[in-house]
Design a protein around this ligand. Structure first.
Ligand code: AHM
Ligand code: MG
Length: 336
């Protein structure tokens, strides 16, 4: 059937979000406008990442190339693009980026009701070898309408109104939740549009993959050590789990979301708060996991209940399939 060869009813991400927002009569399209600016940033980064080797975009920030032009490192470039797109959307007031030490407060004429926390190019140590990297983002609404402060983003993850990531991998995929489930969109490069390809993603209740940097094992605490030991040498007759670790959070979490299993970045003796940042790494990924039916735990509590005190704060994180996270929670509970 020739008609089957082509999908003619394309659900683009914009159409999808407009549909979702139309359920709220008070919605005036602000979120859709904000999201389309995030999407623009993702498309730019995708194209830059794909050309990285060719365009000699790789290099140290501030280095000059043969033409004497300043070269920007991909992560700096990505950050500039996102900040500019978000500010010019006219829908944001506070931006927190992994690349910028201080929060950005949008000038009053361009302010809007949203605050965006993001890591423009996570896993950038993987750029030079062509491994998947990604952008991670979370969206809050302003608490007050007066002058924006960091208080507008120092809020628990359960107050986010949306979260997502874009993975620059073998294909470019944007995974998004606005609090009513998780949906995945794949960039059709010929159309320049993200098309809904993974509707209503649910993480398997239990998985057979664990994902952690085992090189840190000598510094782990008891529960993490016991958990990983159990993955490798299960005593209850269940099969051992497979280990998969890219070292790029977006890729590791994306696989966990689709195939199930658990991703761990625990505390260790050297980094008592782990490595990953609460606002723009831990929260958005925890939000997506919960929305897909999984769990996210810090070793002490539900990750989304953390209340960050600083914008670049870190936290240990265990996230993934419901049953797998349940096991690590039991080990921490037993520890007391
Ligand atoms: P980055 O923000 O400096 O790129 O670091 C974050 C990355 C994550 O993508 C990944 O999960 C983690 O660092 C890997 O860390 P490690 O190399 O310690 O295993
Ligand atoms: Mg990062």
């Amino acid at each position: 059937h020739e008609a089957d060869a082509y999908r003619t009813d394309l659900m683009t991400i914009t159409r999808f979000v407009l549909n979702e927002q139309s359920k709220y009569p008070e919605s005036r399209g602000d979120f859709t406008i904000l999201l389309s600016n995030i999407v623009l940033g993702c498309k730019f980064v995708c194209s830059a990442v794909n050309k990285a080797g060719l365009a000699k975009l790789i290099g140290l920030a501030g280095e000059t190339n043969i033409q004497g032009e300043e070269q920007k490192k991909l992560d700096v470039l990505s950050n500039d693009v996102f900040v500019k797109a978000l500010v010019s959307s006219g829908r944001t007031s506070v931006l927190v980026s992994e690349e910028d030490e201080e929060a950005t407060f949008v000038e009053s004429s361009k302010r809007g009701k949203y605050c965006v926390v993001f890591d423009p190019l996570d896993g950038s140590s993987n750029i030079d070898c062509g491994v998947s990297i990604g952008t991670i983002f979370g969206i809050y609404t302003m608490t007050h309408n007066d002058d924006p402060t960091t208080e507008d983003v120092l809020k628990p993850g359960n107050e986010m109104v949306a979260a997502g990531y874009c993975m620059y991998g073998s294909s470019c995929m944007l995974v998004l939740s606005t609090g009513t489930g998780v949906n995945g969109f794949t960039l059709d490069p010929s159309l320049g549009e993200f098309i809904l390809t993974h509707p209503d993603i649910k993480i398997p209740k239990k998985g057979n993959i664990y994902s952690v940097n085992e090189g840190n094992a000598q510094n782990w605490d008891g529960p993490t050590t016991k958990y990983v030991e159990k993955c490798k040498f299960p005593k209850d007759g269940s099969p051992a789990k497979s280990l998969r670790y890219v070292g790029s959070m977006v890729a590791d979490v994306h696989r966990t979301l689709l195939y199930g299993g658990i991703f761990l970045y625990p505390a260790d003796k050297k980094s008592p708060n782990g490595k990953l940042r609460v606002l723009y790494e831990v929260f958005p990924m925890s939000f997506l996991m919960e929305q897909a039916g999984g769990q996210a735990f810090t070793g002490k509590k539900r990750a989304l209940d953390l209340v960050p005190e600083k914008i670049h704060e870190r936290s240990p994180i265990f996230l993934g399939s419901y049953d797998d996270v349940e096991e690590i929670k039991a080990l921490y509970a037993a520890e007391g």
